[in-house]
Design a protein around this ligand. Sequence first.
Ligand SMILES: [Zn+2]
Length: 429
Amino acid sequence: MRLAFSLLASILLSVSAFADTLISNVTAITMKGDEVIEGAYVYIRGDRIEYIGNGRYDPKDASNLEIIDGTGKFLIPGLAEMHGHLPQGAANSQQAKDTLFLYLAGGVTTVRGMLGNPVQFEMRQMIKEGVLDGPTLYLAAPSLNGSTVSSPEQGAQLVERYKNEGWDLLKIHPGLTLKEYDSIAKKAHEVGIGFGGHVPADVGLIHALNKGQASIDHMDGFIQLAGGSDERLSDEQIRHVVEQYNNAFKSWIVPTQPLFNILIGGGDVIRLNRRFENKYVSPETRGNWHNRIKAINRRANSYIKDNRNRMLAELYKSGANIVLGSDAPQLYSVPGFSIWREIEALIKAGVTPEDMLVIGTRNAGDYFKGKDRFGTIQAGMRADLLLLDANPLENSKNLFKQAGVMAAGRWYSRADIDAKLADIAARNK
Ligand SMILES: [Zn+2]
């Protein structure tokens, strides 16, 4: 018995033990204020940053050390996908493995999963133990909506149950009545669990903000309050909504702008089909996307995207709390790479390179500050890092020039990532 136990322990140990890493002579954009350290040395032990500074670092015991030459490169915290969807099937299925790896391949080291399935607890644990390659996961519970919630009392019971089961937050979907929503919000505050997602039509944006909804995803609540999608919104209508948001509880906004732009506003079929990342999803998925976008195009009006883009620009200008989120893997949103599309949408909305880094990294760490420490490059932080070939403070698109990704201390070089991406593309030919 003892032998069997120690054998098991040593197998587990060999899975979870990995080399310490030293990234040398890199330009570190630490996101601690606007600090930039040139010639920085960053030492990573286990899943933590142990040291960062611009002197050489000599750790006490470093027999198992991997050194990464950062000369000429830029180091930032990893990106966060704050509205992602995680596989619902078996934790170690090929599809789950591919989806989780795609997030890493896009530079995403944290995912807030927005539709809970108990299998995701297992997935999260397997990533932690190094059995699966993937980002750190925070999990929203199964959806609270018009069909899963039948009364204010039953809604409150679900909140208690999900809190006890260990979910990180509650997912709000359309269809809840005002009374159900209020009961859920009250219980959520009582037991200490955040709630975020959609704004149910019966509730409305301002009420949701005043009830302390932690995140407003997709911006539909903003558009609805401004006057809807049937006609062009005036600048005055948009400004008025932004003002109300700023005077209420400044909840986190997760725009998921490219997805909703095409989901409601349609898109150029040829350009969408040409996106390089499409090759990482199955031919069936690609076919479904093609058919769906053609159907959407038949009923979309030309004002929808313009309204949404102007709303996002105005929110940004006003100093709104924004995080990155893309709602992968929905319509033309390939996990990991759909965050690049979101970054492009934010560039269009006028977001500066400095603010893009704040939105993409540190803000997610702020959002999850009760759970762990990440989102900046400082000693003690979770070692989620992105090594870039070009300076992201000069151009946000340099975020796409990735030389390697570190997720909770595990290093994936460009060559590792390219080899795995080629495998995923081959499986989806
Ligand atoms: Zn979603």
